[in-house]
Structure formats: structure tokens, C-alpha cells
Design a protein around this ligand. Structure first.
Ligand code: ACO
Length: 441
């Protein structure tokens, strides 16, 4: 008779253990009971990069990487991208269900109430150099918001959590736009709450001397869908960062700032920037085989390709590819798309990519759209962060509601055994080889 358990025999002791299996998972704490001697340490798993360890129970996002399936709170990403709006998806992620019409009105109103930032935030941004990376500005400024809202540290207070959530979703586009205008040397544009969430963002970015900015409806919708597609992605690097920092009971601005810092890396959201850089470097379709050759030779990675979890086409990339053509109808075609399409065509037929199950990810096509809309590459991860903020705050709130303990992984210690301090004057110079082990600090 089959049982939902795992039987382990510890050959060091001959002892047998039966461990429950629940949802294809065993509890790490069960392994801890397995000991070579009664006083010895319990068994641990060694899982670098947390590649095969579930670190939380979550009800927010379902992802099947083999099947290429992504759902927020049970709703397929394709349906949400087709029919929903980013603010509605943000509500869904945070609250767990779609709003009624009246609750959605209230939610939109509550978000719009918080789109302004304190004047000192602007002065703060003025202090950055003209060529400061906008993602650095975003990370620093979001972190600094905790000093403007000291009540944010009351994470046990439900009302405080609610208001910080609204503030974060509302202010992220404002800060992103301030960073953009700062990089262009343009005066700051205050939020226009008559406009939609993406429409107001476009106004804060691109409004010049006109009295009222009227966003192009195609670009407004494209941006909204891009925010939806980026809104959450279960326990990715930045979301895990958010949950880990949040588990120490840091305030939510510090949580989101830390998550954005993780997102900025080129292996994560920073890849969007590097994809377009790579497409421009490649230059034209006829150079694509050379680029593929250098990737296969291990000289570089094909940015925007590959994913830790997706071993199939990223469903978000498929939607983004379609939006690209709608945007190009308005902006004119971004020639980088031809290079991207040829890269995808060759890569999907090539054994190197097929064997490793490397497919385009969310970042592969998004940059070509952003560039056509008038964003410089450095803004791409910032745009990613706007959408993902909804996911970060939802995951942070869930982590608190689950009363998770402080995140504290273990290590396999490979360092020195006990040794005793030798006074400075009595130490020998170490060889270069020995110094290289830990790096030249
Ligand atoms: N180009 C070429 N080869 C690749 C790529 C790539 N983009 N991605 C993975 N590989 C190869 C690796 O060299 C490795 O080959 P090997 O087995 O011969 O050594 C194999 O595929 C497995 O790669 P890992 O690095 O072990 O995969 P991992 O799951 O750790 O990394 C990651 C995932 C970081 C996304 C990786 O695919 C990558 O660097 N991609 C490019 C950057 C990128 O697009 N990042 C955005 C991801 S989506 C997001 O965060 C929003």
C-alpha cells in the first residue's frame, strides 16, 4: 500500500526514519531529527542558491515552469493581460480576490491620494549626479521614504500596513518619473490624478509645456499590460529578498528598497537593460550567427534567455512580443526587434539552447518596447520595479500574516579549525596564492 511518507535509513547508525510527504515536499525540520549521535548536529540539506527548497507557503502566484504556466491568485496571466488593468491586478495580489466595481473605485481613489511625494524627496533626488543610474536613485529614494513615514515601522498595525502598501504602489511611478526627468535635466511634473495609473506615469515622464498631457491610448495600455506581466513571479530573487528582509520586521520601505536592489542585478531585472545593449552591439541580422557562436563558446550569455524555473517558453515573453508590434504602430519600428527575432529563431533550433531548455524570458522583448517609447536603457529595470512593487508588498504582507520566523539559513562550514591569535609583529607574510583564496580585500 502506498503511503505519503519517505523512509530514510541512516547508514551511519542503521536507524530508520519515516518522514511525511505533503504536496511533494518534506519538512527540513524532520531531517534535523536525524543524528549520528544523540548530541550531534541534525542532518541538513545543502542547497546553494535555494534552488530546490520551498521557503514559504504562499497563495499568491502559481508557476509551472515545465508547462509555461503563470497564474496570479488562480487567474491565468493571459486573461489578466487581456482583460484586467494593473491597479486591479495589484488589488488582486494584495487582497487575494478581484474587487467589485465599488471596491475598485475606492482602491483607485486610495492609491491616487498618495501619488505626491514630499518636497524634500525632490531635493533628495536633486542631490544625485546628473548621470546617476535611475535604478540607484529608485533604490535609495524608496529606502529613504521610511524616514518620511516613521509609522511604517508599526508592522503589527494593520492600518499602518494598509497605508504603506497604498503609498508604495502610488509613489513608485512618481519616484521613477523623478529619476527619469533628473537624468534629462527636466523640471519635475506633478501627478495628474485625472489620468489612469499608466497615463499619469506617462504624463510625469513626458509632459513638456502643454497644459494637459494626453497619453496615447496604445502606449498607455501597453505600459499597463507590462506592469501586469511584471507584477509578481512567486519566490524569485527579489521577492525572496523582500520576504527575508521583512522577516526581520524591517519597515516596508526598507523591504521594497532591498528587493529593488536585488532586481537591479543583470541576472535578474537588470537583464532587460543588457538585452537591448546586446541587440545594439550585434547591430544587424547578419551578425546574429556570430553572436550565437560567442554564446556557445562560453564568451557571453544570451541576455533575456534562460530562467531558473521556466524550462519552456515564458508566457510573459509571448504576450510582450505581441504588444511590441502594437507599440511600433505608434512609435515606428525599433530595428532591434529584427535582431531579437532572428536570435530567437536560431536559438530555438540550436542544440545548445534546446538541450539546456533555454527560451526567451520576460526581459527579451520588453526592452525593445521601452526603447521605442523613449526610455533610455537604464530606465528598464525601474519600469520592472514599478510593476513588481505590487508583488513585493503582497508577499511581504503574506509573510507577516503567516507569522513566519526570521529567515536564518544554515551553512556548511569549511573554514579553519580552532587557532590562536598571533600578535601582529610575530606574523609571517602570506604567499599570494594563500591570499587569493579569500580575494584581495
Ligand atoms: N545564455 C547562454 N547560456 C546560458 C544562459 C544564457 N542566457 N542561461 C543559462 N545558460 C546555460 C549555462 O551556461 C549552463 O550551461 P552548462 O550546463 O553547460 O554549464 C546552463 O545553461 C544552466 O545555466 P545556469 O546558470 O545553471 O542556470 P540558472 O538557473 O542558475 O540561471 C539565469 C538562470 C540567471 C536566468 C540564466 O539563465 C541567465 O544568466 N540568463 C541571462 C540573464 C537573464 O536573462 N536574466 C533574466 C532572468 S528573468 C528575470 O529575472 C526577470
Amino acid at each position: 500500500m502506498s503511503r505519503d511518507t519517505l523512509t530514510i535509513i541512516d547508514n551511519r547508525t542503521g536507524q530508520e526514519y519515516e518522514i511525511p510527504i505533503e504536496r511533494d515536499t518534506i519538512r527540513g525540520s524532520e531531517l534535523n531529527k536525524i543524528k549520528a549521535s544523540p548530541d550531534g548536529p541534525g542532518l541538513r540539506t545543502f542547497d546553494v542558491a535555494i534552488a530546490n527548497t520551498a521557503t514559504c507557503e504562499s497563495r499568491i502566484t502559481y508557476l509551472d515552469g515545465e508547462g509555461g504556466v503563470l497564474r496570479y491568485r488562480g487567474y491565468p496571466i493571459e486573461e489578466l493581460a487581456e482583460q484586467s488593468s494593473f491597479l486591479e491586478v495589484a488589488y488582486l495580489l494584495v487582497k487575494g480576490h478581484l474587487p467589485s466595481a465599488s471596491h475598485f473605485d475606492m482602491w483607485q481613489h486610495n492609491i491616487k491620494m498618495h501619488t505626491l511625494v514630499h518636497e524634500n524627496v525632490k531635493h533628495f533626488i536633486d542631490g544625485f549626479r546628473y548621470d546617476a543610474h535611475p535604478m540607484g536613485i529608485l533604490i535609495g529614494t524608496v529606502g529613504a521614504l521610511s524616514t518620511f513615514y516613521p509609522d511604517a515601522k508599526n508592522i503589527d498595525d494593520e492600518e499602518s500596513r494598509r497605508v504603506q502598501t497604498r503609498r508604495l504602489i502610488a509613489k513608485i511611478p512618481t519616484i521613477a518619473a523623478l529619476a527619469f526627468r533628473h537624468s534629462r535635466g527636466l523640471s519635475y511634473v506633478p501627478p495628474d490624478n485625472d489620468l489612469s495609473y499608466p497615463g499619469n506615469f506617462l504624463s510625469m515622464l513626458f509632459k513638456m509645456t502643454e497644459l494637459k498631457y494626453r497619453p496615447d491610448p496604445v502606449l498607455e495600455r501597453a505600459l499597463d499590460v507590462l506592469f501586469i506581466l511584471h507584477a509578481d513571479h512567486e519566490q524569485n530573487c527579489s521577492t525572496t529578498t523582500a520576504r527575508v528582509v521583512g522577516s526581520a520586521h524591517a519597515d516596508p520601505y526598507s523591504v521594497v528598497s532591498a528587493a529593488a536592489a536585488a532586481l537591479s542585478g543583470p541576472r535578474h531585472g537588470g537583464a532587460s537593460e543588457d538585452v537591448v545593449r546586446m541587440l545594439h552591439e550585434c547591430g544587424s541580422v547578419d551578425k546574429v550567427p556570430d553572436l550565437i557562436k560567442s554564446v556557445k563558446a562560453g564568451e557571453r550569455r544570451l541576455m533575456g534567455f534562460g530562467h531558473r524555473v521556466y524550462k519552456n517558453y515564458d508566457p510573459r515573453a509571448r504576450i510582450i512580443k505581441k504588444i511590441a508590434y502594437e507599440v511600433f504602430e505608434v512609435t515606428g519600428k525599433n530595428p532591434a526587434i529584427d535582431v531579437a527575432l532572428e536570435l530567437e529563431r536560431i536559438a530555438l533550433e540550436d542544440d545548445y539552447f534546446v538541450e539546456r531548455k533555454l527560451y526567451p524570458n520576460v526581459d527579451f522583448y520588453s526592452g525593445t518596447i521601452y526603447e521605442a517609447m523613449g526610455f533610455q536603457m537604464e530606465m528598464f529595470p525601474v519600469l520592472f520595479a514599478i510593476g513588481r512593487t505590487a508583488g513585493w508588498v503582497a508577499q511581504w504582507a503574506e509573510m507577516l500574516a503567516n507569522q513566519e520566523r526570521i529567515a536564518r539559513p544554515r551553512q556548511v562550514y569549511l573554514g579553519e579549525d580552532l587557532r590562536h591569535y598571533v600578535p601582529l609583529g610575530k606574523r609571517e607574510d602570506r604567499s599570494e596564492q594563500e591570499t587569493e583564496i579569500t580575494g584581495p580585500y
